[in-house]
Design a binder for this molecule. Structure first.
Ligand code: HEM
Length: 136
């Protein structure tokens, strides 16, 4: 446990820097807006159900905890077991890159400094890469 001025504070979490609950909702919504409209991610879109409302809510809840805010997903659904939950979908490098393209574009709409943007993109890439389960 740290005390004093160097204590990591909630105010500096990625969650807060992206605008708290409102910001994370916007990030999830913009991510799926891109997934639903960008022609270059049509294979990724096709893996998802026609109705994406549930996914907008689930990604928001997951990212809330993952970015340092309230653990909404875990409270409602338990441990995410993300890799296991993605096993039914064939995820190769192309699918991973399509996912990253949507997240990159969604994040580009946020006014954050380049250091945070690059850290977030690296963390998303690491998680997305971990989801790969099919040879290219
Ligand atoms: C690497 C490429 C990825 C692909 C192709 C992919 C695809 C999918 C698909 C098809 C679903 C099910 C959608 C549905 O039920 O309609 C899903 C669920 C989900 N994905 Fe991904 N995903 C990827 C990466 C990620 C990453 C990097 C994260 C988190 C940072 C993530 C978070 C989630 C969550 C939270 C769910 C909901 C799980 C649940 O059903 O409770 N995904 N994903």
């Amino acid at each position: 446990m740290w005390f004093g001025k160097d204590e990591p504070s909630k105010a500096h979490s990625s969650y807060e820097l992206l605008g708290g609950e409102e910001g994370i909702k916007r990030l999830s919504d913009r991510f799926y807006d891109y997934m639903e409209t960008l022609p270059e991610v049509k294979e990724l879109r096709a893996m998802h159900k026609a109705d994406m409302q549930m996914m907008r809510e689930k990604l928001f809840m997951f990212l809330s905890g993952w970015l340092g805010g309230p653990s909404l997903y875990i409270e409602k659904y338990g441990h995410p077991r993300l890799r296991q939950r993605h096993l039914p979908f064939p995820i190769d490098t192309k699918a991973r890159n399509q996912w990253m393209l949507c997240m990159d574009k969604a994040l580009s709409e946020f006014e954050i400094d380049d250091k945070l943007r690059n850290e977030l993109l690296a963390a998303f890439l690491q998680t997305a890469d971990f989801m790969r389960n099919k040879e290219d």
